[in-house]
Design a binder for this molecule. Structure first.
Ligand code: ADP
Ligand code: ZN
Length: 511
């Protein structure tokens, strides 16, 4: 038995390494710098805690949140690891420094802003460092979803110790962010280890939204067992909980604005229940251990593919079949793009790319799982057999012509009007407004009829998703960066229409 396995049994009480843990630990013990990308729950902490107990000297752990550090500290001390945190709220900082200098610490947790101070540099020089672990390492990248400038200050410190290995850890990093982390932290390309991201028991489905409550009620009717419905606002969670109670299933709302007692009770009820539906904001689910969640529904677009993966990942932790169903609308993209415009300029490119990736996921006619896994750098097969598009292939409808007509009508009416108005112009529907505006004389007035008419709304949605059109705060549509190429005929537009079953239902509801 290797020494590492022996330590795993003796100190942590586990039989085996899980997934890539063993490979990561081996590299670290061999003194090689590493970036480990592992999904939440895969056991990242162990990959530095275990070497920390074996190597001579202290493992310095950089972590972004004091609360997180204290959680980790408690967990490490519980298994007998000698650990301490050095943060502004710790009263025992002098004692901790002493323990470090005396070589009595396996783990020393520290925030990035303190790690880069000269005080800390001098402290390290007088002691012995075995390993640098950089937790939540995506914070070092502007491409990451949570850039923290303090992480950039770590590099000079790390470079003072060329012989001390670096272990960067993150759950969420697309290929671009990963490359950037390696670069920023000076970790060699071959030091990248990525755990498998596939969750084969989760069936992914994504649909345009027409009547959210009815769509989610349908999902609930088809799916016994506990479920989470993510809404985008606090009010939304309460409205949904009330409306969905009509399905006969117990429902609860959960958001940060609830009275703490009510919130705690709703959470406890959900964890104990076998059929409850909890309508929550995305804060719900972190740190909740409920393995038998049978479905996760999104009533609106998540923030990114990473967020989507993390939120849907709360379904089916027990390995049994589960469903993740996302309902989205064009207005979700409009709102998200407005938010992007408000972030600091240097982060906008990354945020925009994140939205484009998300649009790719919702618009694909191909396998959803393949899109997800490719996003996380894996090379999956073309079909998974367990997503909406694999099970019920959607029809791709050629819509380049109608897309160009729509864009052209938006342009000619001055990029001021909403979908309904532009639709009426294309269909040649006369109104007081179109008369006064003189829009009935435009060449685009009435150029759409027959079968094409039904494609106007879906095309408007697709154009917004791919950023060819943007809605201003008043709902008026204007050109986005992707408009030109479509107008010039350089890019085709294929519409994804929902498969037959769903369209029939939609028709019945009179949408
Ligand atoms: P992450 O930080 O990647 O989200 P954690 O480090 O919090 O994950 O670990 C998740 C859970 O998995 C913890 O309860 C941990 O004790 C457990 N765990 C880690 N490694 C193993 C292992 N090899 N065998 C069994 N359980 C493990
Ligand atoms: Zn699939």
């Amino acid at each position: 038995m290797t020494a590492a396995l022996d330590t795993l049994h003796r100190i942590f009480g586990f039989n085996d390494f899980r997934g890539v843990q063993g490979r990561v630990v081996d590299r670290v013990l061999a003194g090689q710098s590493t970036l480990a990308v592992m999904p939440t729950g895969a056991g990242k902490s162990l990959t530095y805690q275990l070497p920390a107990t074996m190597l001579e000297g202290t493992c310095v752990v950089v972590s972004p949140l004091i609360a997180l550090m204290h959680d980790q500290l408690r967990a490490a001390e519980a298994v007998g690891i000698r650990a301490a945190t050095l943060t502004s709220v710790d009263q025992n900082r002098a004692e901790t420094r002493g323990r470090f200098l005396d070589g009595e610490l396996d783990l020393l947790y520290i925030a990035p802003e303190r790690a880069s101070t000269s005080d800390f540099r001098e402290l390290l020089e007088r002691g012995r460092v075995a390993l640098f672990a950089i937790d939540e390492a995506h914070c070092v990248s502007e491409w990451g979803h949570d850039f923290r400038p303090d992480y950039r200050l770590l590099r000079p410190l790390l470079d003072r110790y060329p012989d001390v290995p670096r272990l960067a850890l993150t759950a969420t990093a697309d290929a671009h962010t990963r490359a950037d982390i390696l670069d920023q932290l000076g970790i060699p390309q071959d030091g990248l280890i990525v755990a498998g991201f596939d969750r084969p028991n989760i069936r992914y489905a994504i649909s345009p939204r027409d009547n959210t409550t009815r769509q989610i009620a349908d999902l609930i009717a088809e799916t016994p067992g506990p479920g989470i419905v993510y809404a985008q606002t606090r009010a939304g969670t309460e409205k949904l909980a009330e409306a969905l109670a009509k399905t006969g299933r117990p429902t609860r709302a959960y958001h940060a604005g609830l009275d703490p007692e009510v919130r705690a009770r709703n959470q406890a009820d959900f964890v104990a229940s076998e059929d409850m539906v909890i309508c929550a904001t995305v804060a719900f689910g972190m740190g909740i251990d409920k393995p038998d969640v049978r479905f996760v529904a999104h009533a609106g677009l998540p923030k990114s593919i990473e967020a989507y993966y993390q939120e849907t990942g709360r379904a089916g932790r027990d390995g049994d079949p589960s469903v993740a169903h996302l309902f989205w609308g064009a207005e979700d993209f409009a709102k998200a793009r407005q938010r992007v415009a408000e972030v600091e300029p240097q982060r906008q490119a990354g945020e925009r790319q994140r939205l484009t990736a998300l649009a790719g996921l919702v618009e694909t006619t191909g396998c959803r799982r393949a899109v997800l896994l490719r996003h996380f750098g894996e090379q999956p097969g073309e079909v998974c057999g367990n997503c909406d598009n694999c099970l019920n292939p959607p029809m791709g409808t050629e819509a380049t012509e109608i897309a160009r007509k729509f864009l052209s009508a938006v342009f000619r009416t001055g990029q001021l009007f909403g979908v309904g108005y532009v639709e009426d112009i294309l269909l040649g529907k006369s109104s007081e407004r179109s008369l006064i505006n003189g829009h009935e004389n435009l060449s685009v007035f009435g150029i759409v009829d027959g079968e094409e008419a039904a494609l106007i709304r879906p095309v408007a949605r697709a154009l917004q998703a791919r950023d060819a059109l943007r809605a201003n705060p008043h709902g008026g549509l204007e050109f986005g960066p992707a408009a030109r190429a479509i107008l010039k005929g350089e890019v085709d537009v294929t519409l994804v229409l929902p498969p037959k079953r769903e369209r029939r239902r939609k028709g019945k509801a009179g949408a």
